[in-house]
Design a protein around this ligand. Structure first.
Ligand code: PLP
Length: 468
């Protein structure tokens, strides 16, 4: 192992240098994958020298998601103390299902759950939570708990009526996928309209619930989004919670993208009323910049986790108390230790440090929005208090511009659509960035447009050819 840690060091140093010198990896067309990197596996072993060269080449050609020119997704940046924690988790290789196998790491996970429950405003004597492999999975867990809380007989007998899920038109696609996974059925998802800023219309929600009740259907689950995927909009949790209370419906808040605001005194108001939600999930691998994946769900009453997810298995649970055998409250059986990376970061920077991360992200979003608003070559399509800045430059079709920026290894940034309008979506999630980095991103686009005017005017299929 010692030698491979040294190898890791060599490769990591080369990668960090490359990331600094060339923040966007050279474009590799999918059809040229095999000729560009030695990926094929064979009968024969490689010698040390060849092995190092091959792995290094593979690493250097991989898209760089932590660099200063990566704005493509809702994750980015690299908190090195969190990377350290994740590297240690790999070295330790515990599985989080039992206290016997995970030991003190169980304490790490429980401390994080406890702290988050306290910050959200839950009663920490009752609340519980767990980690799952991403926001889609924590959303799934919420739906399963709500389903079983609505009708406990479903666990043994299955579903025998139309149970209805409510979510906004701007919510994440995992909600409808999960309706199919849970046996509820995709047709039983009601998409509620949103206002101009992408937030759920509460009046429409209530109207839809009343329609379902009068049709003999069973409303049981509302998903409110804290940070929608495209616009970064926050549904009005407090108002939605009133409706849920009135009709006895489980309220889940999907904060996969924007839930990190709980750490900031200034931005916590975006999820006002969160303590009234039955469950809340958020991805530390998004706003807290930990490595993927680090997704957490908490619920007001841990009883629901046990009701839906515990199962006896004499070959597994052989010691201790179920409070410490975390497999009794998780979706998976074997489960990697996703808590340690958040704990090493949190321990090092303190809760104040997490707040600084979040507030810097909003500051960077303001920097971008101000620049765009004050420059008539740009059109802005999104709103304040969001990490997602949607814009177009000189009316250039965003898909064309983003694709060319990627293929020419200049910038990785994506595009989105809201109410029929396409735009570039800049996400200021990398809290390591500074004001200069954001301005540099915009200036780079401007320069790129000047240098590539002709390419930007031709048909997109021609673009691919011209770049190759
Ligand atoms: C609002 C929202 N919910 C859920 C998810 C899914 O999270 P994950 O990619 O970790 O499954 C995303 C991902 O971007 C999201 O934006």
């Amino acid at each position: 192992m010692k030698e491979d840690i040294e190898l890791f060091n060599i490769i990591a140093q080369a990668f960090l240098k490359e990331e600094n010198d060339h923040p966007v990896a050279e474009f590799v067309d999918a059809k040229d994958l095999k000729s560009s990197v030695d990926i094929a596996l064979s009968q024969d072993p490689l010698n040390d020298e060849k092995f190092l060269a091959t792995v290094k080449n593979l690493v250097l050609k991989t898209p760089k998601t932590a660099s200063k020119m990566f704005f493509n997704q809702l994750f980015g940046g690299r908190k090195s103390k969190a990377v350290l924690g994740d590297l240690l988790a790999v070295l330790l290789n515990n599985s989080m299902y039992t206290y016997k196998v995970a030991g003190v790491q169980v304490g790490v996970e429980k401390e994080i759950i406890n702290q988050i429950s306290r910050i959200v405003g839950y009663d920490t004597n009752l609340a519980g939570g767990t980690f799952a492999s991403g926001g889609s999975m924590t959303n799934l867990m919420a739906m399963i708990m709500a389903r079983d809380a609505f009708d406990a007989s479903i666990i043994n007998n299955g579903i025998n009526r139309k149970m209805i899920v409510y979510t906004s038109q701007q919510s994440h696609y995992s909600i409808i996928k999960n309706a199919s996974f849970t046996g509820l059925g995709k047709d039983n998802v009601r998409y509620i309209a949103v206002d101009q800023q992408g937030r759920m219309f509460v009046e429409d929600l209530e109207q839809q619930i009343l329609t379902d009740l009068s049709n003999g259907n069973a409303p049981f689950f509302v998903n409110a989004t804290a940070g929608t995927t495209v616009l970064g909009a926050y549904d009005p949790v407090s108002n939605i919670s009133e409706i849920c209370k009135k009709y006895g419906i489980w309220l889940h808040v999907d904060g996969a993208f924007g839930g990190g605001v709980i750490f900031s005194e200034k931005y916590r108001q975006l999820v006002d009323g969160l303590e009234k939600a039955n469950s809340f999930s958020f991805n530390a691998h998004k706003m807290l910049n930990t490595p993927l994946t680090c997704s957490i769900i908490i619920t007001q009453d841990k009883k629901h986790l046990f009701d839906s997810f515990s199962n006896d298995a004499s070959y597994l649970y052989q010691t201790g108390d179920d409070e410490y055998n975390l497999g009794k409250t998780s979706l998976q059986c074997g489960r990697r230790n996703d808590a340690l990376k958040l704990w090493t970061l949190w321990k090092f920077v303190g809760t104040k440090g997490l707040s600084n991360i979040v507030e810097n992200q909003f500051y960077l979003a303001d920097v971008a929005r101000d620049y765009i608003k004050n420059n008539s070559d740009y059109t802005l399509y999104s709103f304040g208090q969001s990490l997602s800045i949607c814009f177009n430059y000189k009316n250039i079709p965003p898909k064309r511009l983003c694709s060319l920026l990627y293929e020419k290894a200049e910038i990785m940034v994506g595009f989105g659509t809201f109410e029929g309008q396409d735009f570039i979506r800049l996400v200021t999630i990398n809290s390591e960035n500074s004001r200069e980095d954001i301005l540099n991103f915009l200036k780079k686009i401007e320069q790129f447009v000047v240098e590539n005017e002709e390419l930007l005017l031709v048909d997109s299929s021609e673009i691919a050819k011209s770049v190759l």
